[in-house]
Design a protein around this ligand. Structure first.
Ligand code: ZN
Length: 379
C-alpha cells in the first residue's frame, strides 16, 4: 500500500496522515500569521507572536481536518469505508474504500465538506463579532473565518478532484443514470478549470513580476492548477478503467495457472522460483493444503543476507488473514475490495479449492487489451 506520510493519530477510527509537504506549508502559514499579529503593534514579545502564529496555523489545519471529517462521517453513514485522511500541500484528502453506489450518496458526501467549512466560517465570524476590542482574538477569528469561507468557495468549483466536481458528477449521474459518462464530464471540467488556473496564474505572475517576489501568488495559483490537472486526468483514467471492467467477472480477469511453493523452502529458493516463473505472488502449500500467500514485497522485506535462513512460512500472509474472491464476483467489486484492504493480489476460490489468482498485473493486462480493442470498436 502506498505510504501516505506520517500518521499522527486516529479520529473516529480513521487514521490521519501528514504529508511531508505539510511541514513546509505549516511553517509558511505560521509565519504569515506571525506577521499579521506583528502588524497589530501590540508590543508583544516575539515568543508570544510565534506562539500565536503556530496556534492559529494549528487551528487552520484543524479546520481542514474538520472539513475532511465531514466527508468521512457521511461516507461512513452510507457504510463506505474511509481508508485515511491526509493533510498535504493545499488541503486535505479523504480516501474512501469504494465509490458511492448512488448519486444521492455521492452528492451528500461531497457537499458535506463545503458546508462544514461554511459552518466553521460562521463560527469564527461569531467569535470575531463577540471579541470586541480584543485585537488578537479579533484578528485570529477574522482570518480563520475568511480562510474557511474561501475554502468552501474554492472547493465548490465544479471540476474533479474538488468537491464541486463530485457534486457535478452526482447531479449529472442522477439525471442521465450513466456513471461513467458523468465521471468523464466532471473530469474534463476539472481539466478546463485547471488549465484556466494555470493560465490565470501565469498571467498574474508575469504581469506582477517584481524582484521582491510579487509573482508568488500567481505561481501558487498555477501550481494548484497543475495539481488539479493531474488529479483530473487520474479521475478520467479511473473512469476508463471502470468502463473496461464493467460487466466482467473475476473469472474473466484472473490468471488460471497456479504457482505454488512449499512453506518450508528458504527465501533464497523462493527468489529463484520467482525468477523462474516470472510471478510476483505464489500460493504457499503444505502438502496439498493451502496455508498462505507469499509475494515479492514480503521477500524484499527481509534483508538479502538472511534469505538462506528464513523460510517462506515466516514471511507469508497466513491463510486466515487472506481475502478471497469467488469466480462469479463482479470484477469492479473485487477491485474495490483490493483497494480497501490494500492488497495487490487475491486468490480465487471455487468449491473449496483455489482455481486462480487475480493480481494488479492481470487487471492491467485486461485494461490494456480492452483499451486497444475499444479504440478499434468504438470510433
Ligand atoms: Zn472536501
Amino acid at each position: 500500500m502506498r505510504r501516505d506520510g506520517i500518521q499522527i493519530g486516529r479520529i473516529y477510527g480513521i487514521p490521519i496522515f501528514l504529508h511531508t509537504s505539510w511541514f513546509l506549508i505549516f511553517g509558511l502559514i505560521a509565519f504569515s500569521f506571525y506577521s499579521e499579529f506583528d502588524a497589530l503593534q501590540l508590543n508583544l514579545p516575539p515568543s508570544r507572536l510565534v506562539g500565536l502564529g503556530v496556534m492559529t496555523s494549528a487551528l487552520f489545519f484543524g479546520s481542514l481536518v474538520f472539513h475532511e471529517m465531514a466527508h468521512s462521517v457521511i461516507a461512513k453513514y452510507y457504510k463506505i469505508p474511509v481508508v485515511s485522511i491526509t493533510l498535504f500541500v493545499f488541503g486535505g484528502v479523504s480516501r474512501i474504500g469504494r465509490e458511492p453506489g448512488r448519486a444521492l450518496e455521492e452528492f451528500n458526501i461531497a457537499i458535506a465538506g463545503p458546508l462544514s467549512s461554511l459552518f466553521l466560517a460562521g463560527g469564527f465570524w461569531l467569535v470575531e463579532w463577540q471579541a470586541g476590542s480584543n485585537a488578537i482574538l479579533n484578528t485570529l477569528a477574522g482570518s480563520l473565518g475568511w480562510i474557511n469561507f474561501s475554502l468552501a468557495l474554492f472547493n465548490l468549483i465544479p471540476g474533479f478532484p474538488l468537491d464541486g466536481g463530485h457534486i457535478l458528477r452526482a447531479i449529472i449521474w442522477g439525471f442521465n443514470k450513466n456513471y461513467a459518462r458523468a465521471t468523464r464530464i466532471a473530469a474534463r471540467s476539472g481539466q478546463v478549470v485547471a488549465y484556466g488556473m494555470i493560465a490565470a496564474g501565469a498571467a498574474t505572475a508575469l504581469s506582477n513580476y517584481s524582484p521582491l517576489g510579487g509573482s508568488v501568488g500567481g505561481l501558487w495559483l498555477a501550481f494548484i492548477g497543475w495539481f488539479i490537472l493531474s488529479a483530473a486526468k487520474q479521475s478520467q483514467a479511473q473512469a476508463e478503467a471502470h468502463d473496461a471492467l464493467d460487466g466482467l467477472r473475476v473469472a474473466d480477469i484472473m490468471t488460471p495457472e497456479l504457482h505454488t511453493v512449499g512453506r518450508e523452502i528458504s527465501l533464497e529458493d523462493y527468489a529463484r522460483e520467482m525468477v523462474r516463473t516470472g510471478r510476483r505472488a505464489h500460493l504457499v502449500v503444505a502438502g496439498n493444503q493451502l496455508v498462505g500467500l507469499v509475494t515479492a514485497e514480503a521477500l524484499t522485506s527481509v534483508p538479502q543476507h538472511d534469505w538462506d535462513v528464513t523460510s517462506v512460512q515466516a514471511v507469508m500472509l497466513p491463510k486466515d488473514k487472506l481475502h478471497w474472491a469467488a469466480p462469479e464476483e463482479p470484477a469492479l467489486s473485487l477491485l474495490d475490495r483490493m483497494r480497501t484492504v490494500g492488497m495487490q493480489q487475491m486468490p480465487v476460490i471455487a468449491a473449496g479449492s483455489v482455481v486462480g489468482i487475480v493480481t494488479r498485473d492481470s487487471i492491467m493486462r485486461v485494461l490494456q487489451s480492452r483499451h486497444e480493442l475499444g479504440s478499434l470498436a468504438e470510433r
